[in-house]
Design a protein around this ligand. Structure first.
Ligand code: ADP
Length: 310
């Protein structure tokens, strides 16, 4: 079942089309990565999902609700972490969370809940320090603690791992995986392929306001790559070889970096013939193959293909 369902969303800022017919479903319990380069439309989509912005066309349901007309209920049931959270600098982290828990009406037990959240995000030691003295990573931790405070079913985060140190990054990843294993749904945006590939169960790739691919990781590999990449290492690079390889029947995509050529193959059945044709093409150009290996498709190959092909 989908916790978020968008259909034909369009959002314009004057003459800029930020979202161009975006349809997306986020399954319950998924760790959903919205992946795209800067300016792709990720923040716009997220802001519409939490009711901060209204789309020009199309519809969106979050937990079965319209996010704008049910903004209050969404506030309780959806945790939101904006791209650059900001807090009153003169308060301590603990005081701020107390204020938020009072606004949520958490009442009794709020002290325990706050202390639990501070511990989950690793902010106990700094909880009595003024927020003004926090690092960027600590501010991000506080934002996540705040979002988790009302125990939301869905957590939506805009570039949560940007600008934080590698150690905190690993902790957050583990936290997201843990929350998803407890039945929460997590939707987060990122422009970093590696991050999304490692953490997500589901991915949607957005480029220039359009969803170019979406689904579970397995589905994406099937859809775009047939699941396999042939990697060839040459003794030295051959300028223009990728164009020749792309012309071979059964080759979906080829690109080279120095003396390494990555080739996405279309069809497993014809593999041997395709590989033979590729070797012959390389040899006909005087190339020497040092190594040839089959790898499974990674999301970066899918991403490049999707973005290029759009
Ligand atoms: P992302 O989060 O993927 O970087 P955004 O949703 O922020 O993308 O932006 C999508 C496009 O809309 C970009 O071209 C951006 O410049 C433009 N845009 C975003 N917000 C505004 C705004 N408030 N006014 C005008 N243009 C905007």
């Amino acid at each position: 079942m989908a916790v978020l369902k968008a259909s034909g969303l369009v959002k314009r800022y004057r003459d800029i089309v930020a979202l161009n017919d975006v349809s997306l479903e986020v399954p319950r319990g998924s760790l959903f990565g919205l992946l795209g380069p800067n300016g792709a439309g990720k923040s716009t989509f997220i802001r519409i999902s939490v009711g901060l912005l209204r789309q020009d066309q199309g519809s969106i349901e979050v937990l079965g609700l319209d996010p704008v007309s049910n903004h209050k209920e969404i506030l309780y049931r959806v945790g939101y972490v904006p791209e650059t959270p900001s807090f009153p600098e003169f308060m301590t982290g603990e005081e701020y969370l107390k204020l938020v828990s009072d606004l949520y009406g958490l009442g009794r037990g709020s002290r325990e809940r706050i202390s639990e959240m501070l511990s989950i995000v690793g902010l106990q030691k700094a909880s009595r320090r003024k927020i003004g003295s926090y690092s960027k990573g600590m501010v991000q931790r506080l934002a996540i603690a705040q979002a988790l405070l009302p125990d939301p079913e869905l957590l939506i985060l805009d570039e949560p791992l940007m600008g934080i140190d590698p150690e905190a990054r690993i902790q957050f990843r583990d936290l997201f995986i843990d929350l998803a294993s407890k039945g929460k749904t997590i939707l987060y945006s990122s422009h970093v392929l590696e991050e999304v590939e490692r953490v997500s169960s589901h991915i949607a790739i957005i480029n220039k306001g359009k969803i170019v691919a979406s689904g579970s990781k397995e589905e994406l590999s099937e859809l775009l790559g047939g699941g396999r990449v042939l990697e060839i290492e040459l003794f030295r690079d051959i300028p223009g070889i990728e164009e020749l390889i792309k012309g071979i029947d059964g080759v979906l995509e080829a690109r080279s970096t120095g003396n390494i050529i990555k080739i996405i193959l279309r069809d497993e059945d014809k593999d041997r013939i395709v590989r033979k044709n590729i070797s012959e093409t390389i040899q006909s150009r005087g190339g020497i193959i040092i190594d040839m290996r089959i790898k499974s498709v990674t999301i970066d190959e899918i991403f490049l293909k999707a973005v290029r092909g759009s």
